[in-house]
Design a protein around this ligand. Structure first.
Ligand code: SF4
Length: 393
């Protein structure tokens, strides 16, 4: 079965004020040893199960665009040596504006990268300063310009709304400016003030407040309506793409997760799911390198690697719950009854009879019968999606 490959690059120049991701600053010097460890991990998985077909690769972070192209050449060669890379493989790189130079982008395209996900977050100078981003609006414009010249025709912009100091008007300005840049895809999330971040510290000291929930819902609704009016299909709770009969710029890598297909997680803190096992890698760069530099591990059962702190067999009931929770994120497509039966040999309506009846009565989910019978969120359900997902836990 086609797999996806997620590769984590946990290096950043500087930590943004809202960030609690698994990333580290001041460790650029560890990049060569880290890459060596990544290549070992790729080799171990591919030896345990040779020639797995790979149809998407996603380099996430962190700031993957901090890594020199020569290193990506090594990683892609290692992937080609151990896996069967599809000729139309989607290869994405997460990048920060301010780290993308013309020559760098040209070489990435030459190497087969065909999707760029740019962490813009806001197009308001005040927001960028408060979030402590390393880039300016000018850097965003320049990055997109260079990416287009290099040949990237599939660009995602990441944005955040619901900033504590933001009102509807300032969010609308960011969104409209972003639409003017004509990306093929948007990932847009509301801010969560995470413990341990400077924003959380400001919040505890009373310097900022949580965003008002009604205003946040208004911002989300404005986002949905504005992007629809600009030709973007709202295909997942937080994702929009140019998508019609002529083109499909939905993120194929993330669709793999949402549709419950297998993926391998390589690198510090990466998660995977394959052959009924869920894997979680050790978080820190130091421990990752240490674990991967042991030399007595070459034979490990797939999808095990020494980097993992857990590799758990997922029971069928949990797999069915995950399938519902993750699949319902696909707001238009929803979950297919036929596919559920094919995967699990049981009927979705039989297993989740009570949950489906309750949520349907509450107006949060409904059946569509267009081509095949599928369960999906209603418009009200999109706004109360967490309540729906929790019902399947
Ligand atoms: S660039 Fe991204 S990963 Fe790095 S610190 Fe900022 S938000 Fe976190």
């Amino acid at each position: 079965m086609n797999h996806s490959l997620y590769i984590h690059i946990p290096f950043c120049r500087h930590r943004c004020h809202y960030c609690d991701f698994n990333t580290y600053t001041g460790q650029i010097g560890s990049i060569p040893a880290y890459v060596e460890a990544l290549i070992s991990e790729l080799r171990i998985v591919s030896l345990a199960k040779p020639d797995i077909p790979i149809h998407t690769i996603y380099f996430g972070g962190g700031t993957p665009s901090l890594i020199p192209v020569s290193i990506y050449e090594e990683i892609i060669s290692a992937i080609k040596a151990g896996f069967m890379l599809g000729s139309d493989c989607e290869i994405s790189l997460e990048a920060n504006p301010g780290t993308l130079k013309k020559e760098y982008l040209h070489r990435l395209v030459g190497l087969g990268f065909n999707r760029l996900s740019i962490g813009v977050q806001s197009l308001d100078p005040f927001d960028l300063v408060r979030l402590d981003r390393i880039h300016s609006i000018w850097d965003v414009l320049e990055s997109i310009h260079h990416a287009r010249l290099a040949g990237f025709d599939n660009i995602n912009l990441d944005l955040i709304f619901g900033l504590p100091w933001q009102d509807l008007e300032t969010w609308k300005k960011t969104l409209l400016r972003a639409i003017d840049l004509s990306p093929e895809h948007f990932s847009i999330y509301s801010l969560i003030i995470e413990p341990g971040t400077p924003l959380f510290n400001w919040y505890q000291r009373g310097l900022i407040k949580q965003q008002d929930q009604d205003l946040e819902a208004d911002m989300y609704e404005l986002t949905i309506d504005t992007l629809k009016g600009s030709g973007y299909e709202h295909y997942e709770i937080s994702n929009w793409a140019k998508y019609d009969q002529n083109w499909d710029f939905r993120c194929r890598h993330n669709l793999q997760y949402w549709l419950g297909y297998p993926y391998l997680g390589i690198g510090a803190g990466a998660h995977g799911f394959s052959d009924g096992f869920r894997t979680v890698n050790t978080l820190t760069i130091h421990d990752y390198i240490k674990r991967m530099s042991q030399d007595d591990f070459l034979q490990m059962p797939f999808p095990g690697t020494p980097a993992q702190i857990s590799m758990d067999a997922i029971d069928i009931k949990t797999q069915m719950s995950d399938f519902m929770m993750v699949g319902l994120r696909l707001v238009k497509e929803g979950v297919s009854e036929a596919r559920f039966r094919k995967l699990f040999g049981r009927s979705m309506t039989e297993i989740f009879s009570q949950e489906i009846t309750t949520l349907t009565r509450q107006g949060l989910i409904e059946w569509s019968e267009a081509e095949e019978r599928k369960l999906h969120l209603t418009k009200r359900g999109v706004f109360l999606a967490n309540r729906v997902f929790m019902a399947f836990v």
